[in-house]
Design a binder for this molecule. Structure first.
Ligand SMILES: [Zn+2]
Length: 454
């Protein structure tokens, strides 16, 4: 075989394909050419300009984080141990109104992506403000992302004039639509309680027109049911159903209070779900009925949510939490097994983002988004079941090498596209300015939380 047949060959190790057959290949070989997986086989030595030795490693699809808000790394640890509505209205919304700007969004996104790449994530779905800057950061570091421009019925940091939001969002889509599938634009309505029916409907109409995904937080905590019932006389899912915004291009985030009737609606309409267990545990918001959703065939992916409510972007931590939270909630240790959770973090996440024909499993023809996990470590020895080992014992820091779209983005734990020292320094400077302002305003010193309003 010609040495130019492949650009990169991953040689050796155990390959978890995460394909429909869930094939596991010992002593595997993966050939990558022009960004795609060109060959998946076993027991072969192939020549290539770049050989990655995966002996003693697990090779698997890159992890997919279906919901986050990257720039919120700048608010990590700012306001913890609070109820959802206090956290949002007294801390996060005021902090966003005051401190979120283009530079903060770009620098924060770079730091968040460094953290994600170093812990095995290759694709994520973001929803925030200044998404142009997030998309630019994604382009600079070579990750794959769905970037969703945020909407709410108040002046957002990137567009103080609400009536101009849609025009700006349409320009954003026009700018990035040709970059798919590396960068896929989408729209993100913050929630049914911060977006009016008109906003929810108008944004969905624009999303349909552009053929893009439409995201919203939904049923994060129990109070949301009362709020929406009081305002509109119906439960949140019926409210969205009657507005006509639920379909297979809609991703509902959280869904902690989804009832059996709601699950039936989601299953019928093909609504997709992002499950964010750690954030919901921390805010004591609730637990999504994920086993029941999966049983009905609903596409469910895993997400971390933003760093201000998690507080990490490590999908290995999220997988461990997801595998355990349903067991204790249902008092049933069989409620969610490790293999199901790893599916949610890979091919399930790809399905949620509508990218499952391209990523989420290691099969010839798919884009080469692959991670190599170093199992030659005390906490990962021995291995009876690779799925269990990854979900219950592995950590993000065990990911050795990461390939996105056929390019090595991290090799032997070294980031190839991000200057980590500079990136951390940039965010530290932003945060020192934020803390100085809060201290000067409130006369209170660290540690926070110090309410910025209310
Ligand atoms: Zn969120």
């Amino acid at each position: 075989m010609q040495s130019d047949h492949f650009d990169i060959v991953i040689q050796g190790g155990t390959l978890l394909t995460m394909s429909a057959k869930m094939e596991i290949i010992e002593d595997a070989v993966v050939g990558i050419k022009d960004g795609r997986i060109a060959l998946v086989d076993k027991n072969r030595n192939l020549p290539a300009p770049k050989i990655i030795d995966a002996d003693g490693c697990l090779v698997l699809p890159g992890l997919i984080n279906t919901h986050t808000h990257l720039p919120m790394v700048c608010f990590r640890g700012m306001a913890d141990d609070l109820p959802l509505m206090d956290w949002l209205t007294k801390h996060i919304f005021p902090a966003e109104a005051r401190f979120v700007n283009k530079k903060m969004v770009y620098d924060g996104s770079m730091l968040a992506m460094a953290e994600m790449i170093l812990s095995g994530t290759t694709t994520f779905c973001d929803g925030y403000f200044f998404e142009n800057q997030i998309a630019e950061a994604v382009q600079a570091c070579g990750m794959r992302a769905v970037v969703s421009q945020g909407f709410a019925d108040f002046a957002t940091p990137d567009n103080p004039k609400f009536e101009k939001m849609m025009a700006a969002a349409e320009r954003f889509v026009a700018r990035w639509q040709s970059c798919a599938p590396m960068i896929t634009p989408a729209f993100f309505c913050h929630s049914p309680y911060t977006c009016s029916p008109q906003t929810l409907v108008n944004v969905k109409a624009a999303a349909r027109e552009a053929g893009i995904l439409y995201l919203t937080h939904l049923l994060e905590n129990k109070d949301e049911i009362d709020t929406i019932e009081k305002r509109y006389g119906k439960k949140p899912v019926w409210h969205l159903f009657d507005l006509g915004v639920l379909d297979h291009q809609t991703i509902a985030v959280h869904c902690n209070w989804l009832g059996p009737e709601d699950i039936a609606i989601f299953a019928d309409l093909g609504v997709r779900v992002s499950h964010n267990p750690a954030s919901s545990m921390k805010l004591a918001a609730g637990v999504a009925p994920v086993p029941q959703m999966l049983e009905r065939g609903i596409a469910v992916g895993l997400g971390t949510d933003g760093s201000a409510s998690n507080n990490a972007l490590d999908m290995f931590r999220e997988m461990d939490t997801a595998a355990k939270i349903h067991k204790v909630t249902m008092l049933d240790p069989t409620a969610m097994n490790a293999q199901t959770v790893l599916c949610m973090a890979t091919i399930g996440g790809a399905r949620v983002l509508g990218l499952d024909n391209l990523i989420g499993s290691i099969e010839a023809g798919k884009q080469a988004d692959i991670i190599v996990v170093d199992m030659n470590q005390p906490h990962l020895t021995p291995i009876y079941n690779p799925y269990s080992q990854l979900v219950y014992a592995a950590r993000g820091a065990d990911v050795k090498t990461s390939i996105i779209n056929g390019k090595i983005i991290m090799e032997e734990r070294r980031l190839q596209t991000i200057d980590l020292t500079q990136t951390m320094d940039n965010v530290r400077k932003i945060v020192s300015h934020i803390t100085a302002e809060i201290i000067s305003d409130t006369g209170r010193s660290l540690p926070f939380p110090v309410p910025l309003s209310g």
